[in-house]
Design a protein around this ligand. Structure first.
Ligand code: PLP
Length: 512
């Protein structure tokens, strides 16, 4: 209630006093009639830090200022915090604490495994077999190593994103030293039969590495039952802080540091540890079972959401498999509608979803994960990812379906997108047109702007509203046409009725 009152006052007391525009009136109406204003559906990108984790981190920041490598009491106390967190994470994944190494993020963990194993084996052995739908922190590292001589082979997946185990067996040869098989996929949610992969690999004496980042906190993860040699984890996917990850290395498996320096983390990850972040990871690990217990509830919400979406649009296609899939993840396509349109519209209504993985947002390439399961570029660009978590409620789902209903019935706010050729016509026919170039400086260096464009960085739009005329046609332009759409929606909500976004961005405009 307090939140609603605050929003009402914020809406009323804007710069132009009590004068409300039509859109502000709609906003006010929505608030008064209790239409919810925020629903987060991007848990696979990151989760919010839980209250317990926040409390633990603040207390560690306050009480344990020492450097864990120092020999004095203050240092020893900080070291104990780290060892406690190691114990917590080890218990959560059924490992021995000595098998857990803390890192700066899961990307670093994945890099450490792949680069150190390559150095260990190459040139005696040169082949890694991987899923083509691994996270970019695996795929890009493999590509980096390929340039150094690695033979990287991708085992095909079926339309559900499942590894073709028969093919895998045939792909293994004497030069193979590692198989990468993520436990759960971040975009479509497919859970792999990692245990079976380990069975196949161990017959040939090959190591198995499983990126467990998305599975952890959503399904039980037991590294011993899975039998993997290496596994990776990230705190921010399990209601912990960003900037801390971990690496499981089965006792006796080869591993070497990626970062050289001090002797921290058994000499495997140099650099003074982020004690409070590691403590937060430890705290989050203690609540893993609590988060996993949401599976059934989320499965029901997922079913409901899919049913509602199919009622709304019979032609919508769900790519997350029905079986052996994360209960929180829905990959869905609405044919004929670019994902960036839906994403920007939902964002305007306070709903966060994603198009592909967070790592590729801002990039206009179609998702390689969706392409690997058989989608065309066009289809991949029409697919959004909705991911839920422990704090997702039935009300959130109802709000999302309500807004989608408005959108498909033509009742939601809509921002026009214009093509490069339409912009050219406008530039020569409308002397009052304002083109807002919101690209960051580094992108502008690559491609010089046009003098007719007003340059305002996206983050400075709010401060620059006085310089953007409300009565002229305003075209927002970014590099690819994605961010500009979000900004155009924001301007529309501030009373810019003649606002459009440049489809395909300035890059596309230059190409014309
Ligand atoms: N692996 C998977 C499957 C992921 O989904 C992510 C993050 O999205 C990562 C690795 C990278 O994690 P981090 O953000 O900790 O580097």
């Amino acid at each position: 209630m307090i939140c609603i009152i605050r929003r009402i006052l914020q809406t009323l007391f804007q710069k132009d006093g009590l004068r409300l525009t039509g859109i502000q009136l709609v906003e006010l109406f929505k608030l008064l009639f209790g239409i919810r204003r925020h629903a987060y559906f991007d848990y696979n990108a990151t989760t919010m830090v839980s209250a317990g984790v926040r409390k633990r981190m603040l207390s560690v920041l306050k009480k344990y200022p020492g450097n864990p490598s120092s020999l004095h009491e203050c240092g020893k106390m900080a070291a104990e915090v780290i060892e406690g967190a190691r114990q917590n994470l080890a218990e959560a994944v059924h490992a021995d604490p000595s098998e857990i190494i803390f890192t700066g993020c899961a990307t670093e963990s994945n890099n450490t495994i792949l680069k150190s194993l390559f150095d260990h084996y190459y040139p005696a052995k040169s082949k890694i077999i991987s899923l083509p739908i691994e996270h970019p922190s695996v795929v890009k590292t493999l590509e980096y190593l390929q340039a150094k001589g690695l033979d990287i082979q991708y085992c095909p997946v079926d339309t559900d994103g499942r590894m073709q185990l028969n093919t895998l067996e045939k792909m293994i040869d004497d030069s193979t030293f590692l198989i990468c098989c993520m436990l759960a996929n971040n975009e479509i949610g497919t859970i792999q039969d990692v245990k079976k992969v380990v069975e196949i690999a161990s017959k040939r004496g090959i190591f198995v590495f499983s990126d467990c980042v998305q599975a952890f906190g959503k399904i039980p993860v037991d590294v011993k039952t899975l039998g993997v040699d290496y596994a990776t984890f990230s705190a921010h996917k399990v209601y912990g802080p960003k900037g801390v990850g971990a690496l499981y290395v089965k006792k006796g498996s080869p591993i070497a540091p990626l970062i050289h320096g001090g002797h921290q983390e058994q000499g495997l990850r140099a650099g003074t540890e982020s004690v409070h972040a590691i403590a937060g990871f430890g705290e989050a690990s203690q609540s893993i079972d609590k988060h996993v217990a949401h599976t059934e509830r989320l499965q029901k919400l997922k079913k409901l959401m899919i049913k509602e979406m199919k009622n709304l649009r019979k032609d919508c296609v769900v790519y997350s498999p029905e079986k052996n899939c994360l209960s929180n993840t829905i990959s869905v396509r609405f044919p004929g509608i670019k994902n960036e349109n839906i994403l920007a519209m939902l964002n305007y209504y306070g709903i966060e979803v994603s198009a592909g993985s967070a790592c590729s947002s801002g990039d206009d390439k179609p998702s390689y994960v969706l392409k690997a399961i058989g989608l065309s570029d066009e289809e991949a660009r029409e697919t959004i990812r909705i991911s839920m978590g422990s704090y997702t409620s039935g009300k959130d789902v109802a709000y999302l379906t309500k807004i989608l209903t408005c959108y498909f019935r033509g009742k939601a706010l809509y921002v026009n997108r214009i093509s490069a050729s339409e912009l050219n016509v406008l530039l020569s026919s409308d002397p009052g047109i304002v083109v807002l170039d919101i690209r960051p400086e580094f992108q502008r260096k690559k491609l010089q702007g046009d003098s007719r464009f007003k340059v305002i960085l996206d983050r400075e739009i709010e401060k620059s509203l006085n310089f953007i005329p409300k009565d002229q046609h305003v075209v927002v332009a970014c590099e690819t046409g994605q961010l500009s759409l979000l900004t155009a929606y924001a301007l529309k909500s501030k009373g810019y009725n003649r606002v459009s976004s440049l489809k395909d961005g300035i890059r596309g405009w230059y190409d014309k």
